[in-house]
Write a protein that binds this ligand. Structure first.
Ligand SMILES: Cc1ncc(C[n+]2csc(CCOP(=O)(O)OP(=O)(O)O)c2C)c(N)n1
Length: 198
């Protein structure tokens, strides 16, 4: 199993595009606050994308709720390291509930980039995939490089989860800028998931 220290430093937008290119079955994607959702936005608008605004650490809890409500649909949460560090307890909840259709992707740049690049715990000692495994997420892995990320993503979209894919990424800023219209984001997502008409 790849160690965090043996992973290539990749690029969030490149990885996001690689992931989105694989989505052909109406998979739901929840982008976390800031750069993860900026790059999700820039990777192409999809009605099944939800862009979290405002609060850190909510991509996985929202994705978990969607995954439980719609077990036939694959649901992906994209989160930064700073945000997931605020919500480590969710790993234990996911491990307990075992949603087979949930995929968590952690984009780890080792900083709270959007608020000034203060170092996070992952820049020091904390290994997010190891924390997840310790919480009971047995299918949690570091992507060694882009090819490995592609293979892990393909598996996570096809086999029984829950899965966690962690990637060390560079500190390039997010590419897009999500429209800040929460009601529209919510309504479009609900229509995209077939739970709201009109
Ligand atoms: C609960 C909460 N605390 C603090 C903030 C302020 N804040 C917004 S984004 C951010 C940093 C996010 O870091 P990370 O998830 O690692 O993403 P990055 O900016 O590195 O892409 C902070 C501290 C917030 N929005 N919500």
């Amino acid at each position: 199993m790849t160690d965090a220290r043996n992973t290539k430093v990749m690029n969030r937008f490149d990885l996001t595009r690689r992931l989105v290119a694989r989505l052909t079955n109406g998979e739901a994607v929840i982008g976390g606050i800031g750069n993860t959702n900026f790059d999700l936005w820039a990777a192409g608008r999809r009605p099944q994308n939800f862009y979290m605004l405002g609060s850190m650490g909510l991509a996985v809890p929202i994705a978990l709720g969607v995954a439980l409500a719609q077990p036939q649909r694959r649901v992906i949460a994209l989160e930064g390291d700073g945000s997931i560090l605020m919500q480590l307890g969710v790993f234990a909840t996911v491990a307990t509930l075992v949603p087979r259709n949930l995929v968590i992707v952690v984009m780890d740049n080792g900083v709270y980039q959007i608020t000034g690049s203060q170092l996070t715990a992952t820049a020091h000692k904390t290994d997010i995939a190891a924390v997840a495994r310790g919480a009971g997420l047995t299918q949690a892995a570091w992507a060694a490089d882009e090819d490995d990320f592609d293979q892990l993503a393909a598996r996570a979209l096809a086999e029984d989860g829950p899965f966690l894919i962690a990637a060390k990424i560079d500190r390039n800023p997010g590419v897009g800028a999500t429209d800040r219209d929460p009601a529209q984001i919510r309504d479009r997502f609900m229509r995209g998931l077939g739970v709201k008409d009109g």
